[in-house]
Write a protein that binds this ligand. Structure first.
Ligand code: HEC
Length: 142
């Protein structure tokens, strides 16, 4: 099986901007940039293994993607276990809850030491993408 690997467009290389957010307890209650996401786009993004990385570690239900990981808890039923704001904080910055977590910090300035200059201070996923993921995960009820 051949894997296609095309370079990201220039705009994507520049990286998304960081949206400000407020953490309340173990949640971010307000949507990033004040905008709700689209669950269908979130489901598709989870399936994009090389961009979102989620399924390297997590299983997702509904066969959204083949070859899912087992390093992390399955995301099946996550919408019953956590509320929207809790899911949002976990995607934005899991290390805030567990500094030892394997999970990447998706929307906080990454620590600059080990990343290319173009990415310094840039989140891995933009606000809209985070919201698409949140919109999808809240629909995963047990
Ligand atoms: C490198 C592995 C890895 C990747 C990639 C990853 N996660 Fe995680 N994730 C974890 C681990 C491990 C946990 C368990 C919590 C901890 O580490 O403290 C977790 C926990 C979670 C939780 C909370 C689960 C629960 O039952 O409480 C959510 C939600 C979540 N991840 C969503 C995502 C999403 C969405 C993506 C992709 C954008 C993603 N994760 C990418 C490793 C990963």
């Amino acid at each position: 099986m051949a894997l296609a690997c095309s370079p990201a467009p220039a705009q994507e290389m520049a990286g998304p901007e960081l949206a400000p957010y407020v953490v309340t307890g173990d949640a971010i209650i307000e949507p990033l940039a004040g905008q709700r996401g689209d669950a269908a786009l979130g489901r598709a993004l989870i399936g994009e293994r090389h961009r979102s990385l989620c399924i390297l570690c997590h299983a997702v239900p509904e066969g959204a993607a083949p070859l899912q990981g087992t390093l992390a808890p399955s995301l099946a039923g996550i919408g019953s276990r956590l509320d929207e704001g809790q899911i949002r904080l976990r995607i934005v910055d899991m290390k805030r809850l567990n500094p030892e977590s394997l999970m990447p910090t998706y929307h906080a300035p990454p620590d600059g030491a080990r990343i290319a200059p173009a990415w310094q201070g840039k989140p891995v996923l933009g606000a809209a993408e985070i919201e698409h993921l949140v919109a999808y995960l809240v629909t995963l009820k047990e």
